[in-house]
Design a protein around this ligand. Structure first.
Ligand SMILES: Cc1ncc(COP(=O)(O)O)c(C=O)c1O
Length: 388
């Protein structure tokens, strides 16, 4: 049996919506992006949504709208997709990593407080690069794997220290923290719609915010810096082409209509894995915090015991047609970060330990129970074989 890691759910209705755009001839800057933005803003419960061509673009425009620039410091997690830190480097700002909570795998508020304290004492650097502590500007928090971070704590820390709070919810659309939807914390949030996400636009992302300045600036910058009153060939500020096209927006509208049903399906898939894995030795199933009143399952990630050889497990599963992935490899240990900042093992022990042991299993809306049973059966075999 072949079981892919993920698979987008594309219905006849989705296809019709995209075909209608193609037939209309209006392929960019049209009514569908406006509709998508209106529906996202309503769903999340914010004033503004700005559609862009990726989650990375969304985060980049948030940083630029907050005027985070050269030498500025942004505290963030090393356990994430690399884009959440890369966007700082686009602007010559510096990510200052803090370690994660070993259970939720989200940024640890305690670790963030320690970093702030060390910065104030002049004891903190970005790897081997010296930093100016007076340039601490923001905290960028990621809702990892669809689970909200500890937002009460981060709001408190941001307020006490006069910092901007940025929400990377690229993996978490629809998730709720103590009854409140992600995307509503901090100055602005980002969602992403790559085909492995809960809903997809092909490539795409969106900024959500209640801040009018972020709304105006990011809307202008996604469109080559054209401002209010600008013509096609006049540009008020530096901008990019980060626009989301009409086909993608129409697919987004169609997918968004069934987001709640999709999240229910994914919850069921997760519960089946929890059940099938409940008595499997050597495996830890995902931890859900009591503050997570609604989980938006992005991936299903288990932790293997330290004495299990993950590479061999992955290889064995691959030989049996099962695709898995070691979500995430620590950002500070990526080649580019090692070379630029001089990072090596030992800087963030929790992240490093977790990232050696995590394994994302095949997970998508319409995976069959049979396929899940097959994955678990082969996983059990692999664990027995490759337990050191
Ligand atoms: C946490 C996180 N941040 C940012 C991104 C970037 O989104 P995109 O791939 O749409 O640029 C992703 C996407 O995978 C992500 O998981």
């Amino acid at each position: 049996m072949n079981v892919p890691l993920s698979s987008p759910e594309i219905t006849q209705e989705d296809i019709k919506e995209v075909m209608d755009v193609l037939k209309s001839g209006r392929l960019s800057i049209g009514p569908r992006i406006e509709e998508f933005e209106r529906l996202i803003a309503k769903y999340v419960g914010v004033k503004y949504a700005i559609g862009v061509n990726s989650g990375t673009s969304a985060l980049h425009l948030i940083l630029r709208s907050l005027e985070i620039g050269e030498g500025d410091l942004v505290i963030t997690t090393p356990f994430s997709f690399v884009a959440s830190s890369n966007v700082m480097l686009f602007e010559k700002a510096l990510p200052i990593f803090a370690d994660i909570d070993p259970n939720t795998l989200n940024l640890s508020p305690k670790a963030v407080n320690e970093v702030i304290e060390n910065l104030r004492k002049g004891k903190m650097s970005a790897g081997k690069i010296n930093v100016d502590p007076s340039k601490l500007r923001a905290i960028l928090v990621v809702d990892v794997f669809g689970q909200p971070a500890d937002w009460d704590e981060f709001e408190k820390i941001a307020e006490e220290n006069g910092l901007e709070l940025i929400e990377d919810s690229c993996e978490a659309i629809g998730a709720e923290y103590k009854g409140r939807k992600v995307g509503t914390f901090g100055s602005a949030g980002a969602f992403a719609f790559y085909p492995n996400k809960q809903i997809t636009t092909g490539e795409g992302g969106v900024i959500v915010t209640n801040d009018e300045k972020i709304h105006i600036l990011s809307r202008s910058m996604r469109n080559q810096g054209r401002g209010e009153g600008d013509e096609w060939l006049t540009h008020s500020r530096l901008g990019y082409n980060y626009r989301l096209d009409e086909m993608s927006a129409a697919l987004g509208v169609s997918q968004l209509r069934r987001l709640d049903a999709i999240l229910r399906k994914r919850e069921k898939v997760a519960q089946i894995y929890n059940e099938l894995l409940s008595n499997v030795k050597g495996i830890e199933t995902p931890y859900i915090s009591p503050a997570t009143t609604k989980m938006s399952w992005f991936v299903y990630v288990v932790k293997l015991d330290k004495n299990i050889d993950r590479d061999k497990v992955m290889e064995y599963l691959k030989e049996n047609g099962i695709q898995t992935r070691p979500y995430f490899l620590a950002i500070h240990l990526q080649k580019f970060y090692r070379e630029t900042f001089g990072y090596s093992e030992g800087y963030f022990p929790v992240t490093e330990d977790v990232s050696k042991r995590t394994l994302a299993l095949p997970f998508f809306n319409n995976i069959s129970r049979e396929a899940q049973e097959y994955v678990v059966e082969k996983l059990k075999e692999a664990i027995e074989k490759f337990c050191r």
